[in-house]
Write a protein of this length. Sequence first.
Length: 357
Amino acid sequence: MQAVNTPDSASMFGAPPDAAVSAEPPAHVQVIQMATAFWVSRAVYVAARLGIADLLADGPKSVQALADATQTHGPSLYRLLRALASLGLFTESGGQRFALTEHGATLQTGAPGSARSTVMALAGPWMWGAWSEFAYSVQTGKTAFNKAWGMPLFDYLAQHSDEARFFGEAMMGVHGGEAAAVAAAYDFSAQQTVIDVGGGTGGLLAAILQEHPHLQGVLYELPHVAPEARAHLTACGVVDRCQLLTGSFFDSVPAGGDAYVMSHVIHDWDEEKCLTILRHCRQAMAQDSRLLIVECVLPPGDEPHMGKILDLVMLTVPGGQERSGEEYAGLLAKAGFRLTRIVPTASAVSVVEAQPV
């Protein structure tokens, strides 16, 4: 896919012609492009919402045919598709006909990677509204989502089933490659039973059980998740080695595990709630059990890492945060744990291993 910093965009922001065609635009152009990236975000979101990729799945179509199918204004839809074709999502031929590219095909419903659902969730109205109040979070330390929508994220999703569905599919798409990476990176040979606390529909637990046939698993989640989780574990061929228990980690955590896994749980909550969850784990664990927190671990200094941007999302939307290794050590100590090691994986996440003290 072409980069957004095209010669036209560089010259539009005042770069001279020779700078416009250079490999790297001038510093001021790059900064302006950072600030205007939402232009592209909104364009991709509208194309995803209209289902353009689905309409083009069986071949090229004219703008008018697409406009009729989507009940949109033909000339304006053409301008949208022309812009997105310049970014590599579509390709235009004669007579204002458009077809999918490899990148555009990822926006089809059900395509591998869940790009359409991810765009619909993470570039959609509720996220857009939360980020419109981002300055409030920076000024106060409070959650912008709550200010924008009058309730916490998970309460909002509970009241908006379509948004919740896109969000769930988005999380599977965003974190889809992590499960296999975690299962391969961490040595589970010393464990017999793994309890996945707040494990969703069981994607990570299934990958761990598939990679380590000697293990038994327990998936602990809210009751409404159980049917979908059972179906997923069945499809993965591990349901006979996995017990489903329902409840809230804010109330308790099941006992009896050799390893307790929490993937993208701790980063969702403020410190008080994190300590509640961790202390419930501590109460359930034997002295030789291990706690495995699967999250981004922020590197020090200026080193780039997706977790540093994701940390702003945590501040703005659910009210949680990403942490460095040192910050995890401090949080765990408050809950009665000692951080023993951090195991990197082939993905953006690491496994933060801790044991009771």
